[in-house]
Design a protein around this ligand. Structure first.
Ligand code: ATP
Ligand code: MG
Length: 486
């Protein structure tokens, strides 16, 4: 994998020059025009080095440096300064910047400074290791409002000791959120221990959680530490907590309240310092109402509830996610990276995703292996996963047969559930998303023919042009087979 560099400068010319120099030297380059943008790019995927201008609009370079040092310590920072800001640059090196470059920039000086960062941190070797690094899997991809909100909540709750309850549909990323909270917490150096409460038989879960002493029950041939103890000083992730029996629930409650545990068959109490994060795809409040979940435990867990939105409520992130998984797959398997045809992305964006991100990930992996040719086409998708778009949203109506028969150009769409609506950012945002999808679907079906799409949509051609611009759609990107009219 190419070593990654982030250029942060508000001057486009400087960014362009630096990008050219660095790309020419074999680095993978990303660009940000502000400190805020730099941080959100780093949250999405790491960079080994950042070139950071001291003078930035909004949050300045020094403040951005502090935040990069605090949140992305793996990223070495080189400051860029003008003559007037040299003293600030010296201050920056005191704050942990590796070096500073004075404007006007010289090509050689830039390359030497960057190479030094790699040498000083032996990042050179690490880059190779990154390839299979779990960290790659742990980035939360997405820039839409739903995921940004979640990212903000994670950042807020992570440094605290608060118990967190993560809810969300299956495959939506609950475990990923739990790991991120741990990694951004002060106990990041401690263990992260996961227990899947649904996968362990009832008679074993107590031992699994609390441990046992030898002879505690038939078959207990040795003493064992439980997961609570293993997580001491770190985080215990209780996955699928909605599936835990009432008896075990009361023991967990006690461990949370008293901060101590007893091994099975032992009356000796052990004090523990564990942060608990729980997750479930069940409606725990309904489980409480049905008498299957202890109310006191529910409130104990519910201190900070985090809801992971379903993929259907953040379709704007689908292209990024698809690219991310494609890259991940190529890296893991040392394969050349395939590309996704624009029409493929449009199709992925309009599908129903009952299995959420995991389903998308699995599909991309299948496409990467089985897709023919270097570009994954919409045909590949249909062949490997034949399914009508939005099948779940319009049961009965959206089947392939009925769609083919009616030739309805707009995507059929049932009302969102209140949860989806909330996750989508409310009615205004949902309406915008819907409009964008309708336009995108029509452009796709007409192969980018704007006149015909406008006719189908029942709006003026000029109006459609404006909307295409406003939504950042590329009509050419959706051209399939037919020639467009303009
Ligand atoms: N925003 C994201 N960016 C990149 N990858 C993601 C994102 N969200 C989830 N994933 C990936 O999708 C897969 C499913 O996520 P995860 O296991 O966290 O879901 P879950 O909600 O715990 O699912 P389940 O309910 O089935 O246990 C994982 O491989 C995870 O790394
Ligand atoms: Mg999970």
């Amino acid at each position: 994998m190419k070593p990654r560099i982030l250029i942060v400068d508000d001057e486009k010319n400087i960014r362009r020059t630096l990008a050219m120099i660095l790309r020419g030297a074999g680095y993978a380059v990303r660009e940000a025009a502000s400190g805020e943008e730099a941080l959100s790019l780093l949250a999405e995927a790491p960079s080994e080095v950042a070139l950071l201008d001291i003078r930035l609009p909004g949050q300045d370079g020094i403040e951005t440096l502090k935040q990069i040092r605090a949140q992305h310590s793996e990223c070495g920072v080189i400051m860029i300064s003008g003559h007037a800001t040299v003293s600030a640059a010296v201050e920056a090196t005191r704050l942990g910047a590796f070096d500073f470059l004075e404007k006007p920039l010289s090509r050689d000086r830039v390359l030497i400074a960057v190479r030094n960062v790699f040498q000083m941190t032996s990042l050179g070797e690490q880059v190779d290791r990154y390839r299979r690094d779990e960290a790659q899997r742990r980035v939360m991809v997405g820039t839409g409002p739903a995921i940004e909100a979640l990212r903000g909540q994670v950042a807020k709750v992570a440094p605290t000791m608060a118990t967190v309850l993560i809810t969300g549909e299956s495959g939506s990323g609950k475990e990923l959120v739990a790991r991120l909270i741990h990694e951004q917490s002060r106990r990041a150096g401690g263990p992260f221990i996961k227990v899947n409460c649904a996968a362990i038989p009832e008679e074993l879960i107590e031992t699994e959680l609390f441990g046992c002493v030898r002879g505690a029950y038939t078959g207990a041939d040795r003493s064992r530490d439980g997961k609570f103890l293993l997580a001491d000083g770190g985080t215990l992730f209780l996955d699928e907590i909605g599936d835990m029996s009432l008896r075990v629930q009361s023991k967990v409650l006690r461990a949370l309240q008293e901060k101590e545990i007893e091994r099975v068959g032992d009356s000796h109490v052990v004090r523990i310092e564990v942060r608990v994060i729980a997750a479930t795809n069940k409606d725990l409040q309904a489980e409480v109402a049905a008498g299957r979940f202890r109310e006191d435990l529910f409130f104990r867990l519910h201190v900070v509830p985090l809801e992971v939105p379903p993929l259907a409520a953040r379709r704007e992130d689908i292209p990024r996610l698809a690219h991310h998984f494609l890259e991940l797959y190529a890296l893991e398997n040392d394969l050349p990276r395939k590309s996704l045809a624009p029409e493929t992305l449009a199709l992925l964006e309009t599908r129903a995703w009952p299995g959420n991100i995991r389903e998308l990930q699995n599909l991309i992996e299948r496409l990467a292996i089985l897709g023919e040719g270097p570009t994954i086409t919409a045909d590949d998708v249909q062949r490997l996963d034949p399914r009508p778009p939005r099948a779940r949203a319009a049961p009965g109506r959206g089947t392939r047969e009925s769609r083919a028969a009616t030739d309805d150009p707009t995507p059929s769409e049932a009302a969102l559930t209140p949860e989806e609506l909330r996750a989508a950012g409310g009615l205004v945002q949902a309406r915008r998303d819907f409009e964008r999808r309708c336009i995108s679907a029509c452009l796709e079906r007409t192969g980018g023919n704007i006149s015909q799409a406008a006719q189908w949509l029942g709006i003026e051609r000029s109006n459609l042009h404006k909307k295409i611009q406003a939504y950042g759609l590329d009509p050419r990107a959706t051209r399939a087979t037919e020639a467009p009219d303009d």
